[in-house]
Design a protein around this ligand. Structure first.
Ligand SMILES: C[S@@+](CC[C@H](N)C(=O)[O-])C[C@H]1O[C@@H](n2cnc3c(N)ncnc32)[C@H](O)[C@@H]1O
Length: 544
């Protein structure tokens, strides 16, 4: 669960205003500035940077740029500051809250406008934080104390995780679920404002987020990990020394640090994963001498399946003492190569435990039904055209959209880079009795699919696009625009690259003649309750 912001800056002041610099320090500062200056476009650092500049305003930002003071933090590294939080930032995973206007602490005076980012706090709250990293026009503080809570938003009785505030995930637990959905909608609104490059009127009002039916115990995959115990040495029998084993931490990343923290339970994970977690961790501790280095453990929720499945691999199941009523129909799988089985409505999916599948099973029927309705029932305000007959499922994984939408299409083609997933997609078509020849799946880069669908009628074809976080390649977008399918449904777990790609599709397809795509709807889907992750579905339709 590492995020771009998760790496802490080194100790010591990083600013020229905060300290007298020696030649050596000057060099170090220059090196640091150079390193920090390269914010990767569309990374969570970039998303935060856009929030920072929006908060400070264009004038203050460009003044700092022209004076070259963007890196001159007015606060010393390690200083404690009292700040009043003003806004929520949209950079997903890690630091979720933005600044305060005024800082009370060790500031150099007069100081330039600056943003302080503090996690686990809410707008309107006054907090004490310790500065641990500087960046361009903003610094990161770790929360020491909430001095004045925002009691209209914060309710700590909602928090279910004993590690809240220490573990790097699930920072929205103190908020009502309705409020979380509103926050996620706002992230999508800002993503389209900041990254789509489209004029306001070209993006429709973002629809309210669709809730996950389960808000805890929904996550079907967790990956606790551990580093090799520091300085560990084996005794003569090859066993790690007891002291080192005691220092071993197995769990998730500690918030704001490189270190791992012990986890005995994860309230967003499904019950079977929580039951299996303790025995799995004890087993690693007992056998730590067999690990040469750290490792990531895989725990995946599955329906039981015959040990030798048509998909090939043996299933290894973790023994859990006396399964409860809730867990008895599920098993926990730990072998990457073993097969997982999941049901999505009436459809069954099997895939290797180590490959991609959406992690919140409870939301998959609402998600796939929403995509189906968006395709088949466009708003009545649009000219009604013949229903689509062909589906192209790009970045198809093991066939989630192809198979759930298969009853509504005559022909379907899917493309996916992972050969394992393509094998699963073909297997899943058989498993769900889809008539032979209706679905074809190809392993390769997404853009390669356009060679295989030359006989698909573009005006009756829908393309589903569900890329990884980095979004689509230009080559893919070029070929998509050359193909000109009637309908596009873009599903994404990174709304910032989604906004960029949707903007590019609309702009390029309308350049010149203006007969390209319009954005019909944008709607967030909550696949990840309690966390800052946001999924969204955008529907685009070619103008008549
Ligand atoms: C977010 S997942 C979506 C999978 C599937 N649609 C689902 O919902 O289960 C993105 C998928 O894109 C695949 N992928 C990544 N880069 C790709 C590329 N250049 N071309 C095709 N597939 C790619 C990944 O292997 C992954 O399965």
């Amino acid at each position: 669960m590492a995020s771009d912001n998760e790496i802490e800056g080194g100790p010591g002041p990083s600013t020229s205003t905060a300290v007298e610099s020696t030649g050596k320090k000057d060099k170090a500062n220059k090196k640091r500035k150079k390193k920090h200056a390269e914010i990767e476009p569309y990374s969570s650092d970039d998303v935060l940077w856009r929030d920072v500049t929006a908060l400070l305003g264009a004038e203050a930002t460009s003044e700092a740029a022209s004076k070259g003071t963007e890196w001159d933090a007015p606060i010393e590294w390690g200083a404690e500051v009292e700040v009043e939080m003003s806004e929520l930032a949209s950079n997903g995973k890690f630091f979720s809250m933005l600044l305060t206007g005024e800082c009370i602490g060790k500031l150099s005076e007069p100081h330039p406008p600056w943003v302080i980012v503090v996690p686990f706090v809410l707008p309107g709250e006054k907090v004490k934080a310790k500065i641990h990293r500087h960046s361009k026009l903003h610094s990161f503080g770790s929360l020491i104390e909430i001095l004045e809570p925002n009691t209209s938003l914060r309710d700590m009785t909602r928090v279910k995780c004993q590690y809240f505030g220490k573990c790097a995930g699930c920072q929205y637990q103190m908020l009502s679920y309705d409020h979380q959905l509103g926050v996620k909608r706002r992230v999508v609104v800002k993503a389209f404002q900041n990254f789509s490059n489209l004029a306001e009127g070209l993006v429709p009002e973002v629809l309210p987020a669709i809730a996950s039916p389960m808000q805890y115990n929904y996550r079907t995959k967790i990956t606790p990990h551990f580093d090799a115990p520091t300085g560990s040495r084996n005794d003569r029998k090859g066993k790690k020394k007891l002291k080192d084993v005691k220092e071993l931490r197995i769990g998730f990343n500690e918030h704001g640090r490189r270190s791992v923290m012990d986890i005995e339970e994860c309230p967003i994970a499904t019950p079977i994963l929580n039951e299996a977690l303790g025995p799995i961790i004890s087993n690693v501790r007992r056998n730590i001498h067999t690990y040469k280095r750290g490792a990531t453990l895989l725990l995946r929720d599955s329906l039981p399946i015959p040990t030798n499945t048509a998909n090939g691999a043996e299933n290894t199941e973790v023994a859990v003492d006396a399964p409860t009523a809730e867990t008895q129909t599920h098993i926990c799988v730990t072998d990457h190569k073993a097969t997982i089985r999941e049901a999505v409505g009436p459809m069954l999916f099997e895939y290797p435990a180590g490959s991609f599948f959406q992690n919140n099973n409870s939301v998959l029927v609402p998600l796939t039904s929403y995509v189906r309705e968006a395709i088949l029932n466009p708003p009545s305000s649009l000219p009604q055209t013949s229903p689509p007959t062909h589906l192209v499922d790009t970045y198809c994984g093991s066939g989630l959209f192809s198979i759930t939408l298969s009853p509504h299409f005559e022909k379907i083609a899917g493309v996916e880079i992972s050969e394992d997933s393509i094998r699963s997609a073909k297997h899943n078509a058989e498993l769900n009795n889809i008539p032979e020849g209706k679905c074809s799946f190809f392993a390769g880069k997404a853009e390669a699919i356009f060679d295989s669908v030359k006989d698909f009628p573009p005006d009756r074809t829908v393309v589903v696009i569900d890329p990884p976080r980095k979004g689509c390649d230009e080559k893919f977008i070029e070929q998509l625009l050359a193909f000109r399918p009637k309908t596009l449904v873009y599903v994404s777990c990174n709304v910032h690259t989604q906004a960029r790609d949707v903007g590019m599709i609309v702009e390029r397809s309308n350049a010149g003649v203006g007969n390209g795509y319009i954005v019909e709807s944008v709607r967030p889907f909550d696949l990840f309750p309690q966390t800052a992750h946001v999924e969204s579905v955008a529907v685009l339709r070619l103008r008549e």
